[in-house]
Design a protein around this ligand. Structure first.
Ligand code: HEM
Length: 397
């Protein structure tokens, strides 16, 4: 049961993996975590599982219509929460933005009271997700289970209501992800059940919440830390803003112009990947890099072992967005979203969300870190220990 949990908790995922890659093999090693025997993969690899329907409802064409909505919400948040010449904490504000955006785009929930009814129990779920699985009153695990039940009850109410609206033909087009899920059918022409839909929505909320908030925060951190990078992003975003009226919202064409900003965001995802990798279970025995992995073992592939490998990224610790110019890194070496058929279906959603937020922040402010060497700690995703407080310096008119 104990396995190497203590070492994992004390060293953090990156050092834990690095030490063992040096000691055992740079490709794969075995350990025991959370009571499971586990093989950890550190090389570039792919999986071969079935594509999920998420890829269809989250593909770029389906998301284009959401760009103005993302922009309008980012403006609203900046107007309300990002006061010029004040100090704000980026991480909690990014989480607020990310969650409200998900409520709006997944479920069309916009009422602040309703958002609260989802966000409070949902926070219990995310806080308890990486806790010791002991279900006793007072433990984070127990609170997460209770929070999960509350989120599910609320979702079931929303889903039932929407199904009714769809049956009464009040809506034919999928106005949000929930409607799209209610309209989608499987290979046999069957609709998803309400329980399947609520599971899927919870899955999307979990998969998108900490990851995108961590990604936005990491980008803001580098923009505050590296003035020459900030300048390049500012120039690009000002060029885009110049061609638009003050009330005109961002469109797909604007996003397509954000090449430099996306390279900066990608370099940030390389150095501070929000997801550390992903778990699998072997359904059949197989051999990898000369090692046999038995059937039934848990496996985990790691992101940063590829991202920090000098063979793929010379001077790996250096922040250098030009790595993504031209044909960019070799296949399966830049894997913040995984690779192969099981790759993150929310990649494009995350790209749009990060770019829209960057646009809004740099247009208004120059950022200065309030704690210059703030430590990064690992919860579900890497996060600054004090939430990344920054001074907001408005541009001179
Ligand atoms: C910067 C933000 C994000 C990062 C870094 C990220 C990263 C990842 C990674 C590494 C995986 C595992 C891939 C694998 O199993 O090999 C994954 C899976 C997944 N992600 Fe994301 N993700 C992000 C945002 C999102 C968003 C916004 C959504 C939804 C809107 C989402 C939905 C999912 C889903 C549903 C899966 C499971 C896919 C499957 O197993 O078929 N992710 N993500």
């Amino acid at each position: 049961m104990l396995g190497e949990n203590m070492e994992f908790a004390v060293l953090g995922p990156q050092k834990f993996v690095k030490d063992r890659m040096e000691k055992y093999s740079p490709e794969v090693f075995q350990t025991s975590l959370l009571g499971e025997k586990m093989a950890i993969f550190c090389g570039a690899q792919v999986s071969a599982l079935k594509r999920s329907f998420h890829h269809d409802i989250l593909k770029p064409e389906a998301l284009k219509q959401y760009i103005p909505v993302m922009d309008a919400l980012a403006r609203e948040h900046l107007d309300n929460d990002w006061t010029p010449n004040s100090v704000v904490k980026v991480f909690p504000l990014s989480k607020k933005y990310t969650f409200e955006l998900a409520c709006r785009l997944f479920l069309s929930v916009v009422d602040p009271e309703h958002i609260k009814r989802l966000s409070e129990p949902f926070t219990l779920v995310t806080n308890g997700m990486f806790s010791v699985p002991i279900d006793l009153p007072g433990t984070a695990y127990n609170r997460a289970i209770k929070g999960g039940k509350m989120v599910r009850e609320e979702l079931m109410r929303i889903i039932t209501e929407r199904r009714k609206e769809l049956t009464e033909k009040k809506e034919t087009e999928g106005r949000d992800l929930l409607s799209k899920m209610l309209l989608v059918t499987d290979e046999d022409g069957q609709f998803l059940s309400e329980m399947e839909i609520s599971n899927n929505i919870i899955g999307l909320l979990v998969a998108s919440f900490e990851t995108t908030s961590s990604a936005v925060t990491a980008v803001m951190n580098y923009l505050a830390e590296l003035p020459h990078i900030y300048k390049q992003v500012l120039e690009e975003q000002m060029e885009i803003a110049k061609l638009k009226g003050p009330d005109e919202l961002l469109t797909w064409e604007d996003i397509e112009k954000m090449k430099c900003s996306w390279n900066v965001a990608r370099e940030s995802l390389r150095l501070t990947p929000p997801a550390q990798g992903a778990f699998r279970e072997t359904t059949t025995e197989f051999t990898y890099a000369g090692f046999t992995i038995p059937k039934g073992w848990k496996t985990f592939w790691t992101v940063h072992s590829a991202h920090k490998n000098p063979k793929y990224f010379p001077e790996p610790e250096k922040f250098d967005p030009s790595r993504f110019e031209g044909s960019g890194p070799a296949p399966y070496t830049f894997v913040p979203f995984g690779g192969g058929p099981r790759m993150c279906p929310g990649k494009e959603y995350a790209r749009l969300e990060v770019l829209v937020f960057m646009h809004n922040v740099v247009r208004r402010f120059r950022l200065e870190k309030a704690i210059p060497n703030e430590k990064i700690v690992f919860h579900a995703s890497p996060t600054p220990a004090y939430g990344l407080p920054v001074h907001l310096h408005p541009h001179e008119k």
